[in-house]
Ligand binder design. Structure first.
Ligand code: BES
Ligand code: ZN
Ligand code: ZN
Length: 496
């Protein structure tokens, strides 16, 4: 865990690692001079010898010992006109380096060319917290255990402002890391009941309304999609609903819906071994929604928010749903199951129908590790986005861009509608091969359950887990869409 604080420059030199974000061409600025003075160094020859010019991605470590105390001065290049994302990654890389040199306290100085306003302080503090995340509760070596707590001091002048910005980052960073932790947990632990219990504890702690439907109730209510996917598993399914309410009785409601398959074996249409390896991540959407609700409960936006998560395992057994079975959903529509591995859309169909019927949302976003096709189309750096409302799509895109949780819109014209027709039911749960575009045809399936609700579907199959090269992530879960949803809700309504 990492705690972040604001600190005056004068107090910052105690930290074990002193990080300086430098823009290109700032190597002789005030800060470098201050370091030279403080530690009695002559840095220019070192910069020259190591060819350190503060280009984007460059780092230069300078171990120093003063009065018997060892510290690391770390210069991090951010290039000429760094974007916020460049700065996030610079901070992420700095935290990783600080961990490597065994520093547990870090001071972060930004070059004068970088204006540390409240928004940027929040973004950098979140990036640092994400970078410090590790999933090591099953590691037993001493080193992992010793490095648990880190403190980051962001050097700032304006204190109430910086403190507020950091408090916001603590909430967001915690939410993203909690999401990642649940996703990284082994699927034997992160079961539907386990996640439902986590959601209940959060609801209780932060004053949200909590409703849970167990498997017999799900069946009785006519949620044939969720019940059908859960049929093969020994674990009971759950439908979990968390509600945040504002006092205004006329306030609109935003619905957040997250796919919660706690393990996706494919069911009887079983996955090949390699594809199954990471399928504990198939509840990433649900985990993201539950964690976003925790922050929403504390940020208190001026809009009602309901988080709905269908939770189930997808396993084969003598009781499992079979290819050829026809399921009836909460809104009365039916679908032929041709492939039991296209299960996400089946549980989301019920959850979306439930949201539409009971909350009449002014906007609805669903988040799901829905298709391998999306991961192939966009790769690991952009979440796939589809929807039926241009304004909502624009707001979601903007929210993602602001916080570094990037989405990319896919085409969603009527041309694809016919891909999911069936000879024997209203819909088929896989697209006809002629249409290809598996991410889009999955979105088209979901569209049948949203009615006229302004709606956006986010496919995080490529972005939820195992994203390479981004310094503030690691080898496992990323928490994709948590930051986006928080930003989206907290900036509602949008001004066009
Ligand atoms: N959970 C998977 C999608 C997925 C793939 C998530 C890779 C994360 C990484 C989903 O349930 C699935 O199996 N989808 C199938 C759909 C197909 C059978 C139409 C897929 O993408 O292959
Ligand atoms: Zn599947
Ligand atoms: Zn799945």
């Amino acid at each position: 865990m990492m705690k972040v604080y604001a600190l005056h420059a004068a107090d910052a030199h105690e930290s074990q690692c002193l990080v300086y974000l430098l823009t290109e061409g700032q190597l002789d600025g005030k800060q470098v001079k201050a370091v030279e003075q403080q530690f009695e160094l002559d840095l220019q020859p070192l910069f020259a010898a190591r060819k350190f010019t503060a280009k984007k991605g460059q780092q230069l470590q300078v171990p120093v010992v003063l009065h018997g105390k060892a510290q690391t001065v770390l210069f991090v290049g951010v290039g000429k006109n760094p974007t916020v994302e460049t700065l996030r990654r610079a901070v992420g890389a700095a935290v990783k380096t600080a961990q490597q040199v065994k520093a547990t306290t870090i001071s972060l100085f930004a070059a004068h060319a970088i204006t540390l306003d409240a928004a940027l302080i929040t973004q950098l503090a979140v990036a640092a917290k994400l970078a410090a995340y590790r999933f090591d509760e099953f590691k037993t070596d001493e080193e992992s255990i010793g490095m648990k707590i880190m403190e980051l001091f962001i050097i700032a002048d304006d204190f109430p402002m910086a403190d507020k910005a950091i408090a916001q980052a603590e909430l967001i960073g915690h939410a993203v890391n909690q999401t990642r932790h649940w996703i990284d947990l082994p699927p034997a632990e992160a079961t539907p009941i386990h996640l439902a219990d986590k959601a209940e504890a959060i609801a209780k702690k932060f004053g949200l309304k909590y409703t849970m439907f167990d498997e017999p109730t799900v069946k009785k209510m006519g949620m044939g999609g969720l019940a059908g996917v859960s049929a093969g598993s020994e674990q009971e399914c759950r439908l979990v609903i968390m509600e945040y309410h504002v006092a205004d009785k006329n306030a609109p409601t935003i619905a957040l819906v997250g796919k919660g398959i706690t393990f996706d074996s494919g069911g009887l249409s079983i996955k090949p071994a390699a594809s199954m390896e990471t399928m504990k991540d198939d509840m990433a959407g649900a985990a993201a929604v539950i964690s976003a609700m925790e922050v929403i409960a504390q940020c208190k936006p001026h809009v009602n928010v309901v988080g709905i998560t269908p939770l189930s395992e997808n396993l084969p057994s003598g009781k499992a749903t079979k290819p050829g079975d026809i399921l009836r959903f909460y809104n009365g529509k039916t679908a032929e199951v041709k492939n039991t591995d296209a299960e996400g859309r089946l549980i989301l169909a019920d959850a979306l129908s439930y949201a539409v019927k009971h909350y009449k949302p002014a906007a609805m976003i669903d988040v799901a590790t829905l298709t391998g096709a999306c991961a192939y189309a966009l790769g690991p750096f952009f979440t796939g986005m589809m929807g039926n409302d241009a304004d909502l799509i624009a707001h979601v895109k903007k929210s993602g861009d602001t916080v570094g949780d990037y989405v990319w819109e896919l085409p969603f014209t009527d041309d694809y509608d016919k891909a999911i027709t069936s000879d024997v039911a209203d819909l088929c749960n896989i697209g006809s091969p002629k249409y290809m575009a598996g991410a889009i045809t999955a979105g088209k399936f979901l569209k049948n359950f949203v009615g006229d609700t302004p709606w956006v579907h986010l496919d995080i199959a490529g972005t939820a887990f195992g994203v390479p090269d981004i310094s503030y992530y690691g080898s496992g879960a990323t928490g994709a869409s948590v930051r986006l949803m928080i930003e989206f809700v907290c900036t509602w309504p949008t001004k066009k």
